[in-house]
Design a protein around this ligand. Sequence first.
Ligand SMILES: [Fe+2]
Ligand SMILES: [Fe+2]
Length: 204
Amino acid sequence: MSDLMPSQLQAFLPCETPQQWIEAALQNERILLIDHAQCEKKAASTAMNLMYRYVDRPELLTKMAQLAREELLHFEQVVKIMLKRDIAYEHLSASRYAEGLRRYVRANDPDRLVDILIVGAFIEARSCERFAKLIPHLDEDLGKFYRSLVKSEGRHFEDYLELAEQYAETSIESRVAFFSECERELIQSYDTQFRFHSGLPTAA
Ligand SMILES: [Fe+2]
Ligand SMILES: [Fe+2]
């Protein structure tokens, strides 16, 4: 994998993004950027939701407040790039990815919180890996932006994972292994629509 990414993150992900996805992304820059903007916005609101629900956990509150600010800044940056490229922001249906992981979140706390944090770690890690994989193929402007994102999404991955370890009553190893298998399946199976976190593209 790319040397842009922290080794802990590379070891965490169950598989590399398939080359077919990279090719589809390069052919669908418009959808890539619109869905990327959506992902940044959702990342900010996930962090905000955690801040509303878990007011009694100060480390979570401070880390999520910082994370939400960074995600909103990324959102603003993507929107500016879209404007420069004459890409109109339109509604896109959500990819199956995040829901495909969240559906397995357990119902009661602290299990619920731990699972949400582990899912957050996977989403951040996969985003970081995809930015890194795209960089060598991008123009200078987008390449520079994605390089800065690799750094912050790498930190977000660590934050989520550390919080999950902190709040779990036992080792998180088996839950990480479980979500890792789900993630692999979502990345390596065929997906009907191209999105930032989609699986293998179906033949056109
Ligand atoms: Fe972000
Ligand atoms: Fe992030």
